[in-house]
Design a protein around this ligand. Structure first.
Ligand code: MRU
Length: 353
């Protein structure tokens, strides 16, 4: 693994394929250092997803696809069957890194479909790489379309709260919820953003605050515990978040704490929006069957390297929670905005595809 500082674009580019390697922004180093890591082994990509070097549903979907592209290059198989068998093994390792975001499985399946349709070993390797590259470019286009679709829901002088990081750093570039925020600004409206800190891993303070400040937004940071205060005191007009998985009933799985923000927004009649591409929808699984990732207790008993809890304390550390549809005003996608009743409006998004 190598650290490089020469991959800087004029915008934040989280995931990239360069010279047959995967290049990622190392998000564990933010906000203190903007460094890039390069991988030529799919096992390194799996580790990067597991350890949150790369995180955010669309970003891990595309990283998983690039991981499979590396696995194809690493394979010593001389027949199609041998190559597919190597890819299946790599897919399993990549898939098991994080269970909740549906984009990871979606990205891996899309690459396997291309591989299975291929004929020769060389042609499969080539087509897998070009499909993963296409997925990365599509992600940016989709985010921009979603941004435009969502921007009409926001007004000049709005102050918008967001939770976790659903920005350029959670996608290939531009972002989902923060993509909408970018598009609002690009449409000429003046807006302010409030970012929640998002304990335990602080994607809000480390990533959203960094990203929005980097791109010149008026952003203020609050501790998660100040959500009620800011809403009760009229400091927030609207909320927008991303999603890791949305099921057909409109239940939204997103970063732990999203449910609390949505409940508080309902209490104060503040519109609560979700922005997510169609690749984040899971039309097959029931909400009660979705696996919520439980992460290591050390994320809660300390902040960074500093211990903030007594040794031996029991910890409950779910990475995601579920926001029920009755708390959601609208779900913004690249195909338009789904409004309640969500079961019908979500179905329609897919019928029109
Ligand atoms: O644990 P993380 O940082 O991967 O969780 C990310 C989130 O919950 C994001 O809000 C979600 O993936 C939306 S990303 C556009």
């Amino acid at each position: 693994m190598e650290k490089i500082e020469s991959h800087i674009h004029s915008y934040l580019r989280t995931v990239e394929w360069k010279d047959n390697k995967v290049v990622l922004i190392d998000q564990t180093k933010l906000p203190n250092e903007l460094v890039f890591v390069e991988y030529d082994d799919f096992n390194q990509v799996a580790d990067a997803i597991r350890t949150l070097v790369v995180r955010g549903a669309p970003a891990i979907g595309v990283s998983g696809a690039f991981g499979l592209a590396l696995a194809a290059l690493q394979s010593k198989g001389s027949t199609k069957e041998e190559l597919i068998s190597d890819l299946e093994k790599a897919k399993k390792i990549l898939f098991e890194t994080r269970p909740t975001a549906v984009n990871l499985g979606w990205g891996l399946d899309r690459i396997m479909k291309i591989a299975n349709a291929g004929i020769s070993v060389d042609q499969i390797k080539e087509s897998v790489i070009s499909e993963a590259k296409k997925m990365a470019e599509d992600d940016i286009k989709i985010n921009k379309t979603m941004g435009k679709n969502g921007s009409v829901l926001f007004d000049d002088n709005d102050t918008i709260m967001t939770h976790c990081n659903a920005g350029a750093l959670a996608t290939v570039a531009y972002g989902t919820a923060l993509g909408v925020i970018r598009a609002i600004k690009e449409s000429g409206k003046n807006i302010k953003v409030i970012a929640t800190e998002t304990r335990p891993v602080q994607q809000g303070s480390r990533l959203t605050a960094f990203e929005l400040k980097h791109d010149g937004f008026d952003v203020s940071l609050i501790p998660d515990t100040a959500v009620g205060y800011t809403m009760a005191n009229g400091l927030v007009n609207k909320v927008i978040v991303g999603a890791d998985r949305i099921v057909r009933t409109g239940h939204v799985f997103n970063k732990i704490g999203t449910y609390q923000v949505a409940t508080m927004a309902k209490q104060h009649q503040i519109p609560f929006y979700v922005a997510a591409p169609l690749s984040t929808f899971d039309m097959k699984t029931n909400a009660k069957d979705v696996i919520i990732e439980m992460r290591n207790g050390s994320e809660v008993t300390g902040i960074g390297d500093k211990k903030t809890a007594p040794d031996g304390i029991g910890v409950i550390n779910p990475a995601f929670d579920v926001t029920p549809p009755e708390l959601i005003t609208g779900i913004i996608t690249e195909k338009g905005i789904a409004k309640p009743p969500f079961e019908e409006s979500i179905k329609k998004l897919f019928e029109d595809t």
